[in-house]
Design a protein around this ligand. Structure first.
Ligand SMILES: C[C@](O)(CO)[C@H](O)COP(=O)(O)OP(=O)(O)OC[C@H]1O[C@@H](n2ccc(N)nc2=O)[C@H](O)[C@@H]1O
Ligand SMILES: Nc1ncnc2c1ncn2[C@@H]1O[C@H](COP(=O)(O)OP(=O)(O)OP(=O)(O)O)[C@@H](O)[C@H]1O
Length: 285
């Protein structure tokens, strides 16, 4: 393995292609079934060695205190778990909307764990990293494993799936949706039966969508507007909505016509997280 003291890695977006909520557990977390895929679009994390033993996070999350910043928390978790004396500087270039349902914070945390496991040569297995990551959020393990997957449990039990590559136009209606607020809302639908047999033959929905549309009319407007082009869906607990196409040109056409009040991006899906591909190219040559 190469040793590297300065390198950049993507923290990609995820989409929940469907999201069924089956039950609420006694600890407040929800049993769910969801289909995750990754996009070739995300934040960039720039890692460099720090002469001091401290963890320094700079860049686009300067408004988030270290104690809440998932990048800082991930680095500290690995440093303590593996009793590492080195420090690190991590600069964030943020492209993924926060509270957008594309998993930006979780992905930043996962890329931090994956990258520092290489940089510090801590040699934790993917299972160990996924278990550590779960302490930071239910979505972190899928980013650590880095494969398109159906998730069960609270989102951490993963079965890999192979999906055809598609192009997506993802639209952010400039709304921040709090995941905790949706999961604690009395009107959330929580009783979808578990899928039996092949998921591809089932009606696949996002159970958070009706509630988020009610609480956030701008999300409803976005979904309606996107319907002109293709069936529209919301990812995670929102607020981002998306449409799927076979070609980049079709997805770009939607983006080109997007009302100026909203933001969006076009990206292709990939069964292997681009964070894994990039780290392999840096360290495993
Ligand atoms: C909804 C999804 O985005 C689907 O990918 C994720 O399951 C959310 O994952 P996440 O943002 O990493 O979630 P966490 O940071 O662990 O939890 C945020 C909030 O959502 C609630 N939560 C999360 C996941 C889950 N299966 N049930 C929940 O009830 C938690 O109680 C917490 O209040
Ligand atoms: N590095 C980070 N990047 C983004 N959010 C962070 C970060 N560190 C902490 N957070 C906090 O996490 C919250 C959720 O951010 P995130 O972008 O992951 O939302 P999300 O895409 O809706 O996530 P999910 O789909 O997993 O629910 C933010 O509102 C922010 O306060």
């Amino acid at each position: 393995m190469n040793t590297q003291t300065a390198f950049s890695v993507i923290a990609p977006a995820k989409l929940n292609l469907f999201l069924h909520i089956n039950a609420r557990r006694d600890d407040g977390y929800h049993e769910l079934e969801t289909l995750f895929t990754f996009l070739n679009f995300g934040d960039t994390l720039e890692f460099s060695a720090n002469e001091s033993a401290t963890i320094l996070v700079t860049g686009d999350t300067k408004d988030i205190a270290d104690c809440d910043n998932l990048i800082y928390k991930a680095a500290l978790l690995l440093k303590k778990h593996c009793r590492i004396s080195s420090g690190v500087k991590i600069n964030l270039i943020k492209r993924l909307p926060m509270g957008g349902g594309v998993g930006g914070g979780s992905s930043d945390a996962a890329t931090t764990l994956l990258a520092l496991n290489k940089m510090w040569d801590t040699q934790l297995s993917i299972d160990e990293l996924a278990n550590l990551g779960l302490q930071l959020g239910a979505d972190v393990p899928v980013f650590i494993r880095g494969k398109s997957a159906i998730a069960h449990g609270i989102g951490e039990q993963l079965v890999d799936v192979e999906l055809a590559q598609k192009w997506y136009c993802v639209v952010h209606p400039n709304q921040h949706v709090s995941t905790a607020k949706i999961f604690t809302h009395p009107d959330l639908k929580r009783d979808t039966p578990k899928i039996s047999g092949d998921w591809r033959t089932h009606k696949l929905t996002n159970d958070c969508e009706p509630l988020v549309k009610k609480l956030c009319p701008e999300v409803e407007k976005t979904l309606q507007w996107l319907l002109k082009y293709a069936p529209s869906k919301m990812t995670g607990t929102g607020s981002c909505c998306f449409v799927e196409f076979a070609s980049q040109v079709q997805a770009q056409d939607v983006l080109d016509n997007l009302p100026h009040t909203w933001q969006g991006f076009v990206a292709s899906s990939t069964n292997v997280s681009p964070a894994h591909t990039e780290l392999a190219a840096i360290f495993d040559q």
